[in-house]
Ligand binder design. Structure first.
Ligand SMILES: Cc1cc2nc3c(=O)[nH]c(=O)nc-3n(C[C@H](O)[C@H](O)[C@H](O)COP(=O)(O)O)c2cc1C
Length: 334
């Protein structure tokens, strides 16, 4: 059957992936209200079309942080792409380069940053940072992403603690020991067997620590996870370069607003001083249109990209077996 919309990829990915991987990708925090609301909120917004405009030539190009992209639809940071397809983030980076859009690589990428860059050297890349407790490690990571040509640092602010993802607990999914970001390991550890500890996120990181980050990088800093006008104003005051309105796909604090509902408040608060982007629940072109109409400069997709990667499996039985082995490795008791 031809794949005609993003949700067709969702349905096929569900068939192809193991239950625990599917649950990991799909899961929201606690009861999943915010995750579901991200989708439902878009469906409640109605368009007001204006006609008799010349649309015979449509140009979807725009810029983010001064760099041109082919359309205002880019790739949000998601960890562990190797769960969905063997070469993981490398496929994602190549796809983004081919599409002429921006790809935000996650701190928890399962490929090295060098591999991501070398497989798609001309692509526009930003790096998403979970601020690590070890300040030296942050510095090393930032120096590396600068030298590898990443163009912005996306600091995720909504994970002072990991969200309570019930399915992952039930499935006893332990990503920490099996699918590691190689850049968080020392060179010696990279070649060693698994069972490394993932470096902890710094849950004490505050507004006042932003100046330290700004002092160690020339890259524009974008805060991901802002949902209120108060924090949007603080972001402007602290001279960050952009905001991604996001609730982490409903995977962190359950009960917060759908991203699209928080967008208007944030856009009004920044008064055009910095660029505002959003993610969460974008599944159709009209969702994109609604977000742009409400003031987003660009939107980012999370889960749909992982569904796309997983659908490559339908063409490769050997890879499917590889993945099933990989996933069963990731299942171990805490
Ligand atoms: C499987 C998965 C892993 C994610 N990993 C990260 C991550 O490493 N860093 C981050 O800032 N956000 C992460 N996110 C959140 C996404 O960046 C994004 O905010 C969210 O997926 C957008 O919602 P959508 O999936 O409805 O498009 C993750 C989301 C998913 C579904």
């Amino acid at each position: 059957m031809p794949m005609v919309c993003v949700t067709d990829f969702e349905a096929q990915a569900r068939e192809l992936l193991s239950k625990s991987t599917w649950d990991f990708i799909e899961g929201g925090a606690d009861e999943g209200f915010t995750r579901d609301d991200n989708i439902a909120a878009f469906k409640k917004i109605r368009l007001r079309p204006r006609y008799l405009k010349d649309v015979s030539h449509v140009d979807t190009r725009t810029t983010i942080q001064g760099a041109e992209i082919s359309a205002p639809i880019c790739i949000a940071p998601t960890g562990f792409h190797c769960l969905a397809w063997p070469d993981g983030e490398m496929s994602t980076a190549r796809a983004a380069q081919a599409a002429g859009i921006c790809y935000i690589a996650s701190t928890y990428a399962s490929c090295t940053l060098e591999d991501i860059v070398s497989t798609a050297p001309r692509g526009l890349r930003w790096f998403q940072l979970y601020v690590q407790l070890d300040r030296q490690l942050n510095k090393q990571l930032i120096q590396k992403v600068e030298s590898l040509g990443f163009k912005a640092l996306v600091v995720t602010v909504d994970v002072p603690k990991l969200g309570n993802r019930r399915h992952d607990v039930r499935n006893q999914l332990d990503l920490k020991t099996n699918l590691l970001l190689k850049d968080l390991r020392s060179p010696k550890e990279r070649n060693a067997a698994p069972h490394l500890q993932m470096s902890p996120i710094d849950s004490s990181f505050c507004w006042s620590d932003l100046s330290w980050l700004q002092s160690i990088t020339q890259l524009p800093i974008i805060l991901k996870g802002i949902l209120t006008k108060e924090d949007a104003e603080l972001a402007v005051k602290h001279k960050v370069h952009g905001i991604i309105v996001s609730n982490h796909g409903g995977r962190q604090l359950d009960g917060v607003a759908a991203s699209i509902n928080a967008l208007t408040e944030v856009v009004a608060a920044v008064k055009g001083k910095i660029e505002v982007y959003m993610d969460g629940g974008i599944r159709t072109g009209s969702d994109v249109l609604k977000a742009l109409a409400l003031g987003a400069k660009c939107v980012f997709l999370g889960r749909p990209v992982l569904w796309g990667l997983a659908c490559k499996l339908s063409r490769c039985a050997r890879c499917r077996r590889f993945l099933q082995d990989r996933v069963s490795m990731a299942l171990r008791k805490f």
